[in-house]
Design a protein around this ligand. Structure first.
Ligand code: GTP
Ligand code: MG
Length: 316
């Protein structure tokens, strides 16, 4: 909220924005996708969306993988394919780098070449706050905004960094893990648990040597006990190989997004946010506990437990 801006002003701004959004105005959509980051607006956006339990509208796909795995190029190639089938698509690219560099923002646009007059396609890059690699804040609200706007598909590009992408798995119908040939990434993803939770494991850059070998290795790992069985596929965005197969696979597979879990997680995240805000105001209490920790020789864990106990005692 800007200084001097009252809650009433906010409501007015949002009311007119929401009306424009409902008319299908992209500028309003773009503005809402930005305003979601401001807590004062987000509250009202939640009210507008009124989606504690919405219908499932779009097919949502997260494409994840290490930097340079070929995510943007692949998505760029899927767009015309989906348009040919009459599907409208929104793409959210979650950029882990600072927006100040600008590089990746531009890069994603360049590598997702779509005609500017293409009404059925919407591409948006999101900066990720420092320390929250790979996943943009408030992604759930953003997905909801795009779904309600009416896109048939919502595709999210995100750099896989483990935990964040495990979390993203709850928000989408399909989590596609992209692994370039001979990258050694499979070990990293296996450790991060992503190989396990990905719905589709796809070897990218299938035109490069080693793609078949990487796919075979991955399949071997996935055949080990403990992994849910899933096929490994190979695509080449450069050579247009395996792309329509990937699209049909996504269209035909059962969707994994389970609203119950999705919303349980959403509520938990929101509650954490609300509590974090409240706790941030308790600087005096933190300072007191710190002082007591020093006097009593508590270790950090003990001090944190004591702080947590007192914060929850304080009626929060
Ligand atoms: N040979 C080959 N190169 C590819 C293919 N797809 C992407 N590349 C190249 O791989 C590099 C990275 O591609 P991007 O699509 O930008 O990868 P990304 O995963 O989006 O990268 P970040 O957004 O930076 O994490 C580029 O130089 C692409 O030209 C492919 O199918 N074959
Ligand atoms: Mg990219």
């Amino acid at each position: 909220m800007q200084a001097g801006e009252s809650a009433q002003d906010l409501d007015l701004v949002l009311k007119s924005l929401w009306a424009a959004y409902q008319q299908g105005e992209r500028r309003a959509l773009a503005r809402l996708l930005t305003l979601v980051d401001q807590a004062a607006y987000r509250r009202t956006i939640y009210k507008c969306l009124a989606h504690a339990f919405p219908e499932q509208t779009s097919l949502t796909v997260a494409v994840t993988g290490s930097p340079g795995a070929g995510k943007s190029t692949l998505i760029g190639k899927l767009l015309p394919l989906l348009r040919q089938q009459g599907r409208t698509v929104a793409v959210l690219a979650c950029d882990p780098r600072s927006p100040l560099t600008g590089g990746a923002l531009l890069g994603d646009r360049i590598r997702m070449p779509v005609p500017v007059d293409e009404q059925g396609i919407y591409i948006r890059s999101l900066a990720t706050p420092p320390g929250r690699q790979g996943i943009a804040e408030n992604l759930d609200v953003r997905i909801a905004l795009l779904e309600k706007f009416g896109f048939d598909w919502v595709v999210i590009e995100t750099v896989g960094v483990g935990q964040a992408d495990v979390a993203i798995g709850d928000l989408v119908d399909f989590l596609v893990l992209l692994i370039p040939p001979e990258s050694g990434d499979e070990i990293q993803w296996e450790k991060a648990g992503l190989l396990e939770i990905a719905d589709l494991v796809v070897v990218s850059k299938g035109d490069l040597p080693g793609a078949a070998r990487t796919a075979a290795q991955l399949q071997q790992t996935l055949n080990l006990p403990g992994f849910p069985p899933k096929p490994v596929t190979v695509v080449s965005a450069a050579k247009n190989l395996g792309l329509s197969d990937l699209v049909s696979r996504l269209m035909q597979s059962p969707r994994r997004r389970r609203l119950q879990e999705y919303y349980a997680r959403r509520l938990l995240l929101l509650a954490q946010e609300i509590l974090a805000e409240r706790f941030a105001e308790k600087k005096d209490l933190v300072a007191r506990v710190l002082e007591e920790a020093r006097q009593n020789g508590w270790d950090t864990w003990e001090a944190a437990c004591e702080l947590a106990r007192r914060l929850s005692e304080n009626g929060h």
